[in-house]
Design a binder for this molecule. Structure first.
Ligand SMILES: NC(=O)c1ccc[n+]([C@@H]2O[C@H](COP(=O)([O-])OP(=O)(O)OC[C@H]3O[C@@H](n4cnc5c(N)ncnc54)[C@H](OP(=O)(O)O)[C@@H]3O)[C@@H](O)[C@H]2O)c1
Length: 272
């Protein structure tokens, strides 16, 4: 993995000076979704993953994290994670859910290591304000590299805040997902899993930066407009005049997975 290692102090790295390293081969991992992405295609292959209620909510309005997926689907998600070089969530998801974002299966971690990869993918987040808790599990659980893409004005204090925990990258102002992807590519990330939340998913979708969407629908309603939905308003590239391509529908216990191919880079029929 080509991410600049976080040393004893958090390192502020201008995105433009990231050192290109040979891309790793997530394809060597026996995860069912691993897809070879030629380095020449530029940005990493971007796979969005999200679970919603029947009425399209991704959480409820309480402080507690809402469990939408079931155990079997969590295993599937674990395998998808294991097939990626990096996992990205927004700072809002770190604050709301305190996710670990590590590969849970010992078998999958061992397979990654046998392939010369770290046990879990690099953890990535984006923040404008840099208000991240150094005690969050994003930073404290697992040995994966952590990269924080931070808007320029907050870089210094974020670097100080996350000293020793993460590599803080100055991603400009405003922070641009295109720039984040270019920097990740330069760090050897070929396959990126984006696990939310609403703001981050919307940005990747509206910017046309998503190759594949895994949308899981849980069998219940939330019915509370205070809760976040999958995405809010936006000019999405898929609309009644340009329908997305449904690559797969799969029942997983009591939830259903819909896999949408959002670019030509997504191969139909590849199980996820
Ligand atoms: N059901 C699911 O599959 C799922 C998955 C993940 C999350 N969720 C839910 O999603 C909700 C969180 O969603 P959210 O929209 O509030 O948060 P989010 O998308 O996780 O993160 C938004 C935050 O990320 C930073 N950010 C995003 N784009 C940026 C950009 N271009 N430039 C600078 N900073 C940027 C900002 O952080 P700063 O505020 O630090 O500047 C922003 O406030 C939670 O309720 C969570 O439970 C659900």
């Amino acid at each position: 993995m080509g991410v600049v290692p976080a040393g004893t102090a958090a390192t502020a790295v201008p995105a433009t000076t990231a050192t290109a390293v040979p891309a790793t081969t997530a394809t060597a991992v026996p995860a069912t979704t691993a897809t070879a992405v030629p380095a020449s295609t530029g940005r990493p292959y971007v796979l969005l993953s999200c679970a919603t209620s029947i009425d399209g909510y991704i959480d409820d309005a309480t402080q507690e994290r809402l469990l939408l997926s079931n155990a079997e689907d969590m295993e599937r998600i674990d395998a998808v994670r294991a097939g990626c070089d990096a996992i990205l969530v927004g700072a809002g998801t770190i604050r709301a859910d305190d996710p670990r974002l590590v590969v849970r299966s010992a078998r999958l971690r061992a397979a990654r290591q046998a392939a010369g990869l770290p046990p879990s993918p690099v953890k990535v987040t984006m923040t404008a304000r840099g208000l991240l808790d150094p005690q969050a599990r994003f930073f404290t659980v697992g040995d994966a590299e952590k990269v924080v893409y931070c808007a320029g004005p907050a870089v210094d204090r974020t670097t100080e805040l996350l000293s020793g925990l993460a590599t803080v990258v100055d991603a400009g102002d405003p922070l641009d997902p295109v720039r984040v992807l270019a920097d990740l590519a330069g760090r050897g990330v070929r396959r990126l899993m984006v696990e939310g939340g609403a703001s981050v998913h919307a940005q990747f979708l509206t910017a046309g930066l998503a190759d594949e969407l895994h949308l899981v629908v849980a069998p219940f309603f939330v019915g509370d407009r205070r809760a976040p939905r999958f995405v809010g308003d936006g000019a999405f590239p898929w609309h009644p005049g340009r329908r997305a391509r449904l690559a797969e529908v799969r029942q997983i216990g009591d939830v259903v997975l819909m896999r949408y191919a959002l670019s030509e880079r997504c191969a139909d029929g590849v199980p996820g």
